[in-house]
Design a protein. Structure first.
Length: 596
């Protein structure tokens, strides 16, 4: 494993330095300026991040590693708690997912070993009342007394990490394992049982992460995310798994944890100072994985675990809002890098999480410096000192094209290999066939390319706000597939329109030779409100679905737990309609005066 990681890191660094050297040759062919050194440094960091992702994908494509699954000895007696933390969520949707999983678990021989907990941190009184009401309804409907619990915290200290910590402190001693979900999580019962079995057979395994895939999206943006997660994410996760050793990832949900190991190792500190860099740790999952590994336990992701699902924001604005919180949490990790005893690969994971957000402003700075370079460059001197003859600029076209080709390879080759590999193997059946796989992958590439400058600006803005001390807090996520009006999109992105227009004008006025290179970045910014609105339009998503684009196996052939979740949403609504008139009648009768 050490050799594999060493080769991986060396390859990433080598590719980045090769790109930086080619760029150095191109931009300094006719002299060196201070801006060139800034450009080269920024490009080196960007290419290191690109090559890291590129190598992860290649390892995943060619990896044949499979998890070491040990056969159980005798009958296991472990008990597990399935935890659903909620915070001002769509209450009906949350309880429908819980009911679907509970019902499916009850059909397994191991059903007596599982309890469900809905752990509420909701702050809206109407949400809390609704949660209590639906809990009582489901307990009666499912005959789940003593198996389905609800708890609400009046003070949500520590956010989600504090919510889980409160459960561990007060209830954890009754359980061997806890399966941590998100409010939008959904898991197949046999997957949950299999995860418990793997924990039972490996006492050193403290955390087992599944690969959650996105379901239930209608908008073009949501469907593109859904397709990308289904087609590409398992391969990237296989690359992560091939390098994880005992220091794998934790993504905060759809993962099972050994309770005693967690209780002994994962007490999170409150960082000194005020948010955004101080206070409670927002991205607790990375840190908890590192702490478990530091304590000598195994932390693993097993990409072969299927039947693990989640939802995602259906438009770019909601995605950026959630991303802003993650950005703040990941940047907090910079303070934890010197923590004593952390494994080297855990530190690398923390750095990778930080770079996931710093990469955008670094790219933005590189683009700005590249545009300033021709504007600020000195006039060419064709008769340098000690020369009787003119010296003309030397074009480095071949090296420039090689650099451009190399960057495109880092960006596109992994997805291209995965798409073609899926189109001509048995995977194609779940995605609608070979032609649909390739067409969907091509459209996904176009969509992500158009959205890339917009996401770059959102992430750069998030980093800037954090650096000046603005706290994101913990806003709840709206996962509904509602239409995104252009007016709402404009209020969120007007500053991008202005930035794109300034870039176009400045390029036209001062560096017209760069206009063609600028258009792919500036035009999406100028059109950001319309792009955000279109990609957040469920009606357009329905058109894509009728065309077969972005088809996923779980959409074409929904699993029983997915169908059950949808059915339970209708059942929950019907139960509420039935219960409310009865409740109103009882309240009125209680209000009547005593005839005596």
């Amino acid at each position: 494993m050490a050799l594999r990681r060493l080769v991986f890191v060396f390859a990433a660094v080598a590719l980045a330095f090769l790109a930086a050297w080619l760029f150095f040759v191109v931009v300094t062919a006719n002299g060196i300026t201070n801006l060139h050194f800034v450009q080269i440094g920024l490009l080196l960091i960007c290419c290191l991040w690109l090559s890291w992702g590129f190598n992860t994908a290649l390892v995943g494509i060619f990896s044949q590693d499979t998890p070491d699954v040990i056969e159980p000895q005798g009958d296991a007696q472990s008990r597990s708690a399935i935890l659903m933390p909620v915070y001002n969520e769509d209450v009906g949707a949350v309880f429908a997912r819980v009911a679907a999983m509970y019902e499916e678990i009850q059909k397994t021989p191991e059903h007596g070993r599982f309890d469900f907990y809905i752990l509420s941190d909701s702050t809206k009184p109407e949400n809390v009342a609704h949660e209590r009401e639906l809990h009582d309804l489901l307990v009666r409907e499912l005959s789940a007394g003593g198996r389905l619990y609800y708890r609400h915290r009046d003070q949500n200290v520590g956010r989600k990490a504090g919510n889980i910590g409160d459960f561990v402190t007060n209830n954890g001693g009754a359980y061997d394992y806890m399966l941590i979900l998100d409010a939008d999580s959904l898991m197949r019962a046999e997957t949950i049982v299999e995860m418990v079995r793997r924990m039972d057979t490996d006492p050193e395994l403290a955390l087992l992460q599944s690969q959650p895939l996105i379901i239930g999206r209608r908008t073009p943006f949501g469907r593109a995310l859904q397709f990308s997660a289904a087609l590409f994410s398992p391969i990237f996760s296989r690359g992560i798994a091939a390098l994880q050793g005992r220091e794998g990832p934790f993504w905060g949900h759809n993962a099972i944890i050994r309770v005693r190991a967690f209780a002994a190792s994962c007490g999170l500190p409150t960082l000194s100072g005020k948010p955004p860099f101080g206070g409670h740790i927002l991205s607790h999952d990375f840190v908890e994985a590192a702490l478990l590994a530091r304590a000598g336990y195994k932390v693993r992701v097993h990409p072969d675990l299927e039947g693990s699902f989640e939802e995602a924001p259906s438009n770019i604005i909601e995605y950026a809002k959630r991303d802003r919180r993650w950005c703040q949490g990941n940047l907090q990790h910079a303070r934890l890098l010197p923590a004593p005893g952390l494994k080297s690969w855990s530190r690398m994971s923390l750095i990778a999480g930080i770079m996931a957000y710093l990469a955008s402003p670094i790219w933005l700075m590189f683009l700005i410096v590249s545009l300033l370079d021709p504007v600020l460059a000195p006039e060419p001197n064709y008769f340098p000192a000690n020369s009787l003859f003119p010296v003309f600029p030397q074009p480095e076209t071949n090296k420039a094209l090689l650099l451009l080709f190399g960057i495109f390879v880092l960006l596109l080759l992994p997805k291209t290999l995965i798409a073609f590999g899926s189109a001509f193997t048995s995977r194609r059946k779940g995605f609608g066939g070979s032609a649909i796989v390739l067409a969907s992958a091509f459209v996904e590439l176009i969509v992500t390319s158009i959205l890339a400058p917009i996401m770059m600006m959102f992430q750069s803005k998030a980093v800037y706000e954090i650096l000046i001390g603005a706290d994101a807090g913990w806003p709840s996520t709206d996962r509904d597939d509602d239409y995104m009006p252009v007016s709402v999109a404009f209020r969120a992105s007007w500053w991008m329109v202005l930035a794109g227009a300034i870039v176009l004008y400045a390029t036209y006025a001062y560096a017209p030779d760069l206009m063609l290179w600028t258009l792919p970045i500036a035009l999406p910014l100028v059109g950001a409100p319309f792009i955000i609105s279109l990609t957040g339009n469920p009606a357009l998503g329905d058109v894509l679905r009728r065309l077969g684009l972005f088809t996923t196996p779980f959409e074409a052939h929904p699993e029983p737990v997915i169908r059950a979740s949808a059915e339970w949403r209708s059942r929950v609504a019907a139960l509420e309609r039935t219960a409310r008139p009865q409740k109103t009648t009882m309240e009125r009768s209680e209000a009547l005066p005593d005839p005596a």
